[in-house]
Design a binder for this molecule. Structure first.
Ligand code: C5P
Length: 406
């Protein structure tokens, strides 16, 4: 069974709402962006505030609305420079002829203008204005300047305008803006164009139709890695054992039960550039699986013969279609570093993420303490990270992956 999920969860969008009757559509835009999981922070210009209220914007975004560059409270809570940087994308919608002109000429006499100069993030602009204003050379030349500087233009549509005239100048439709934002994120990231495979969760090895041998892996860490890889732009196949974790956004998931099914799904996903084997694969499976429920005899102790499962990590590492970067996990209860180094050598992977699971730590929890072992030349480096949320471990691991592909 395969499922695909796609949304903007984890993405932080700074929405600048400037003056114009289309500002009312920004309220719907905030809702639709948030429906996709994005975190939306808003700047409402003084022109924008003539059309919609800061209260509506705050209520819909569930975030503080920023209006004034000289606000002492804003500056002490989050300065305008941080506001400009603490996002993944700046979106100006609707963009009036005024904000287009001021951005083109670098004017910074209000919060929006200042943020546009201070940001180091990509900027998308969705203009909306009267058709004659839209066609005015000054507006078109200013837009030309912004496009040259790398702004992405979401062109206005044609039709009847609120001012009673007809022509081009209507704000792009809200669903189209949301689509453009999603497409932008899919194409963005440092891992753009790369394929990744992630295994996650436990495997269940059946004894009979109702019983299995399994383990306590929740899939939280593996799923978080799949998501972080996808958010960095990789095309991700997640081969997931039986877990409660939802399929992360933007990830193609294949659901399996057994180690053999997991291996088959992984081999089918090749070739990939990156493989992260975070699954807690059962090392052994019952040699025989009964088609019917095994009954107790009440006499003899029962013996189950186990046979070894294929090692997916080793198979991928030693495959003639080997991914460029193969990362394994090692959950250890004792002698972690020593065991992890041996595992790194024996399995043939490039990096190994070691975690200490003594006393039932880690499984099902939200945080993790890991040591990242990396082969470098003939040696191995080991870096122990402070305890972090599993999502943060995933993001930091993906940052290292991205750096290694640079
Ligand atoms: O040998 P051990 O099970 O401790 O190794 C852990 C690493 O090997 C993890 O990355 C796990 O996903 C992977 N593994 C595997 N296939 C197996 C057993 C472990 O891919 N059969």
């Amino acid at each position: 069974m395969a499922t695909v999920s796609s949304d903007l969860s984890g993405r932080r969008i700074l929405l600048i709402i400037s003056g114009g009757i289309a500002a009312y559509k920004a309220l719907d835009l905030i809702r639709r962006l948030r429906d996709t999981g994005a975190d939306v922070r808003c700047i409402l210009t003084s022109g924008g505030a003539q059309f919609i209220t800061p209260l509506s914007v705050a209520a819909l975004s569930e975030n503080k609305v920023h209006t004034d560059i000289f606000s002492l409270t804003d500056e002490s809570e989050m300065g305008h420079i941080r506001l400009a940087r603490d996002c993944d994308l700046v979106l100006i919608a609707p963009a009036s002829a005024n904000i287009i002109g001021r951005a083109a000429h670098g004017l910074a006499d209000d919060l929006a203008g200042t943020v546009l100069l201070a940001t180091d993030k990509p900027i998308m602009i969705a203009p909306a204005m009267n058709p004659v204003m839209w066609e005015n050379k000054a507006v078109q030349e200013n837009l030309g300047i912004l496009k040259k500087r790398g702004y992405t233009l979401l062109s206005p549509g044609a039709g009847d305008m609120a001012c009673g005239e007809t022509g081009t100048g209507r704000l792009a439709e809200v669903p189209d803006i949301v689509k453009a934002v999603s497409a932008f994120f899919l194409q963005g990231g440092p891992l753009k164009g790369l394929k990744a495979l992630v295994t996650s969760g436990p495997t269940y090895e059946p004894l009979d139709p109702v019983r299995f041998i399994g383990n306590r892996s929740s899939g939280k860490q593996g799923h978080a890695i799949a998501e972080a890889l996808a958010l960095a732009g990789a095309h991700v196949t997640l081969v997931a054992g039986p877990v409660k974790e939802p399929v992360p956004r933007l990830v193609h998931a294949v659901h399996v039960q057994t180690a053999q099914e997991m291996l088959d799904a992984c081999l089918k996903a090749l070739p990939v550039d990156i493989a992260v084997c975070a699954a807690a694969v059962a090392d052994y499976r019952p040699e025989e699986t009964s088609d019917t429920k095994i009954k107790k005899t009440g006499k003899e102790p029962m013996t189950v013969k186990l046979v070894q499962n294929p090692d997916i990590l080793a198979t991928l590492s030693q495959s003639n279609r080997r991914p460029k970067l193969v990362i394994g996990f090692a959950a250890e209860t004792n002698d972690g570093l020593e065991n992890a180094k041996k595992k790194l050598a024996n399995k043939g992977c490039d990096w190994l993420v070691l975690n200490d699971v003594s006393g039932g730590k880690v499984f099902g929890q939200d945080s993790n303490i890991v040591t990242l072992l990396q082969k470098n030349g003939a040696g191995v480096s080991a870096d122990t990270w402070p305890e972090k949320d599993k999502k943060e471990v995933a993001r930091d691991l993906v940052a290292q992956i991205a750096a290694s592909f640079k």
